[in-house]
Ligand binder design. Structure first.
Ligand code: SF4
Length: 345
């Protein structure tokens, strides 16, 4: 069944151009993707290194949305797992970086600027081997984050890599895979042999924010539906309210969002889920690129309630944030009294 589902999603995320490192043709997935796009007559352009594509670097910020239509195929060289103390014990450099969506606050834009397009790394076995070595070395249960630099559900619609990784984790002891997503295309994952070793954190925001700000991602109802389907398929589920964006009517919108979760999430989940709360950080790079790349987009930056956070980034002033944190955490406790709030940052 999963092959048919994958083909349906692949059709939706067809790139306009594909840039590829020649070395990908030494890997089965590299050959498969290269042949797939060549047969579709999509231009394929050979590059030296996925992180240094001069032709794309030279393109002006105005072309941000155009560049988001491209896919880069390469080999991931750095396989070093990075310790983490929030959603996981380790951040894994995994099979993708960047994304085809265009959330106007996207943290990746602050690192990669207009090069925050989707890069897919085809050497997945090497990455999985790196995880296995770490698991063996640790010897005790740890959580491994697969999608800190991308959205694995979106990537899976193109590569099937998330399903593959879930099944690999299903065979391992002392390890839980975790990923956060703003997409709903989980049908391919429902019958994966996960053995309870994978956790999905569905990232949500009020409907209006998703529509105006999280451009190109899935609708709120579809994300909630996806969380229900994954829960019913036996996965552990977390709710990631992220990022919290304090724009007009935010109190009303976030209270309603939590009520909507209460009403629409499978009732059996209410005691079992956990929440993560993340306030928006907005970068100078976001501001610059949004203004010219997406000039009519809704502006989430409000200098009256934000303060510099260092390295060209802004966060909410402490008093503003405290008020929001109090309201949101208390509303969660009211509707989901047994749910854990893992962290609020
Ligand atoms: S879905 Fe995530 S990675 Fe993609 S644009 Fe939005 S914030 Fe960035």
């Amino acid at each position: 069944m999963h092959i048919l589902i994958l083909v349906m999603h692949v059709v939706k995320y067809i790139p306009k151009k594909v840039y590829y490192e020649k070395e990908i043709l030494n890997y089965d997935q590299g050959i498969e993707l290269f042949e797939r796009y060549s047969k579709m007559d999509i231009p394929t352009i050979e590059i030296e290194r996925h992180h240094k594509i001069e032709e794309l670097r030279e393109r002006p910020d105005e072309e941000f949305t155009e560049l988001k239509k491209y896919i880069i195929l390469g080999i991931r060289k750095s396989l070093r797992l990075v310790p983490n103390d929030k959603s996981a014990d380790y951040i894994v450099p995994f099979t993708s970086s960047g994304c085809m969506a265009m959330c106007t606050y996207c943290y990746l834009v602050c690192t990669f600027f207009t090069s925050s397009y989707l890069r897919i790394f085809v050497n997945r076995e090497q990455m999985m081997n790196s995880i296995k070595r770490k698991i063996e070395k640790e010897g005790v249960h740890k959580v491994y984050e697969l999608g800190s630099n991308s959205d694995m559900v979106l990537e899976n619609a193109i590569t099937g890599n998330l399903r593959w990784a879930i099944e690999e984790f299903g065979k391992l002891e002392n390890a839980t895979a975790t990923f956060s997503t703003k997409f709903h295309m989980v049908d391919d994952l429902l019958d994966a042999n996960h053995k309870g070793h994978t956790q999905m954190r569905i990232s949500i925001n009020p409907k209006d924010i998703i529509k105006k700000v999280e451009i190109g991602t899935s609708k709120l109802e579809d994300r909630i539906h996806a969380a229900n389907k994954m829960f019913e398929a036996g996965y552990k589920i977390g709710i990631n309210i992220a990022p919290i964006i304090l724009v007009e009517d935010w109190k009303y919108n976030y209270i309603n969002l939590i009520k909507q979760l209460y009403n629409e999430l499978n009732g059996e989940m209410h005691d079992k889920i956990f929440f993560e709360i993340i306030f928006m950080t907005y970068g100078h790079a976001n501001d610059t690129i949004n203004k010219v790349g997406m000039p009519n987009v809704y502006d989430v930056f409000n200098k009256d309630i934000m303060r510099p956070k260092g390295r060209g980034k802004y966060c909410y002033k402490q008093n503003v944030r405290d008020e929001a944190e109090f309201l949101i955490t208390n509303t969660i406790k009211e509707y989901f009294p047994k749910a854990r709030i893992s962290y609020c940052v």
